[in-house]
Ligand binder design. Structure first.
Ligand code: S3P
Length: 451
């Protein structure tokens, strides 16, 4: 260990260098959103739930650890599957220690929903990124059930929650298009008498609704003023049910765009979940002229799945409407990278939610692209990227701000730019896609730690 008075040796930086064409067939890890929900609903069901394809990234492991601390039993079976022994709705117990959810907003917000209608007190925290993120968006509706919260300014973590002993059901209209908030309210409604309703003006990912039905709950979704009204009946009998987790489209997005922008590439990504409320990126890339074919379309575990076959070619700029944002909210960093390599202007609208992700992603994308010699503008919640139709200059060192998607997006840019792109911290990639570097290099990429 270095003596305290000595300067610490500089951390190696991860960098991506321009490469020869990427080629091959890969599988990406399980969907993060579905993995969290599989563990949580498994913990609330009666009986043993078997999960295949669970993402073993840090975010999902944080959910598993929290559920174990609350008295459920979630563990790997040793054969690639996970087993969850559920305690039944309302059966979780008070944790002895802080619940530390690391970098994971989904773990924090969905678990707060569950805790809000359990008669117990829990203390919840996370890493520096999660402690900056707004929790008021769940604390407000969950307080209406009767839960009490003690929190810092802006309801940021750490916070304490005392769940309602006699919760009352609510009707809640989402003020922001957020699947996390919708899910927190629906999960709180499980241990609440009567019907709990969420009104969502814009469709967001519906994995919670799909999986609740898969476990036997009654969830009614009706059209409502151009959006949806989603109602869950309290105290359902959740019966343990096997779950197959499809590949995560939000992870597949990185090798997919890499294959499009590294000239001569041809890559197949197998078993990617294509829930229509997640697949906005594919629409955008098709509009930009990308050569992506959906092969072997099928349904697995109640979700549409296909293999994605991508070939490099010229991309053209596009105008991406705000209405599409909830269906691809996590994909803007990598879409912006594709835009930087395209010919012409790409305008991405309606991005205010990007400011409250693992980092202020709007700022991180704009700063990073500008550092790589790309002409980029942020006006309000609109991001404009001027593509020159060839490789960007690159050569920058990117501050990743504890944000896995910023880290991966800029490493992909480094594969296709003139000069290498460095990121200051590769560790956050393990939250969602632990094998990202190995898989990309297996396709022919050149990502490594270099001083
Ligand atoms: C998620 C919802 C989205 C997304 C996040 C995962 C989920 O967040 O950005 O990565 O699993 O429900 P918001 O609900 O805040 O939009």
């Amino acid at each position: 260990m270095a003596h305290p008075s000595q300067p610490a040796s500089p951390r190696p930086l991860t960098s991506a260098r321009p490469t020869a064409p990427l080629r091959g067939k890969i599988r990406v890890p399980g969907d993060k959103s579905i993995s969290h929900r599989a563990l949580m609903l498994g913990a609330l069901a009666v009986g043993r739930t078997e999960i295949s394809g669970l993402l073993e990234g840090e975010d999902v492991l944080a959910t598993a650890a929290a559920l174990n601390a609350l008295g459920a039993a979630a563990s790997p079976a040793g054969d690639g599957r996970w087993i969850v022994d559920g305690v039944g709705i309302g059966g979780l117990g008070e944790p002895e220690n802080l619940l530390d959810l690391g970098n994971s907003g989904t773990s924090a917000r969905l678990l707060l929903g569950i805790l809000a209608t359990h008669s117990l007190t829990a203390f919840v925290t996370g890493d520096a990124s999660l402690r900056r993120r707004p929790m008021s968006r769940v604390v407000d509706p969950l307080s209406r059930f009767g839960a009490r919260f003690l929190c810092r300014d802006g309801a940021r973590l750490p916070l304490a929650v005392t769940g309602a002993a006699d919760p009352v059901p609510i009707v809640y209209r989402l003020p922001v298009p957020s699947a996390q908030v919708k899910s927190a309210v629906l999960l709180a409604g499980l241990n609440t008498p009567g019907a709990t309703t969420v009104i969502e003006p814009q469709g967001t990912r519906d994995h919670t609704e799909r999986m609740l039905r898969h476990f036997g709950a009654t969830v009614i979704t009706e059209p409502h003023e151009g959006g949806k009204r989603i109602t869950v009946e309290g105290f359902p009998e959740l019966a343990a049910a096997p779950i197959v987790v499809p590949g995560d489209i939000s992870s597949a997005a990185f090798p997919l765009v890499a294959a499009l922008i590294v000239p001569g590439s041809e890559v197949t990504i197998e078993g990617v979940g294509l829930n229509p409320l997640r697949a906005g990126l594919i629409e955008c890339l098709h509009e930009m002229g990308a050569d992506i074919t959906l092969v072997n379309q099928r349904e697995e575990g109640g979700e549409p799945v296909a293999d994605l076959h991508a070939r490099a070619g010229e991309l053209i700029g596009a105008d991406i409407p705000a209405e599409r944002a909830p269906r691809m909210i996590d994909e803007y960093p990598i879409l912006a990278v594709a835009a930087a390599c395209a010919r012409g202007r790409t305008v991405m609208r309606g991005l205010s939610e990007l400011r409250v992700k693992e980092s202020d992603r709007l700022m991180a994308i704009a700063t990073g692209l500008a550092g790589c010699g790309v002409e980029v503008r942020v006006e309000g919640d609109t991001l404009t990227v001027e593509g020159k139709g060839g490789p960007p200059e690159g050569g920058a060192a990117i501050a990743t701000e504890l944000d896995h998607r910023i880290a991966m997006a800029f490493l992909v840019l480094g594969l296709a730019s003139r000069r290498p792109v460095q990121i200051d911290d590769g560790a956050p990639i393990a939250t969602s896609f632990p094998d990202f570097v190995a898989l990309t290099n297996r396709l022919g990429g050149d990502i490594a730690e270099r001083r």
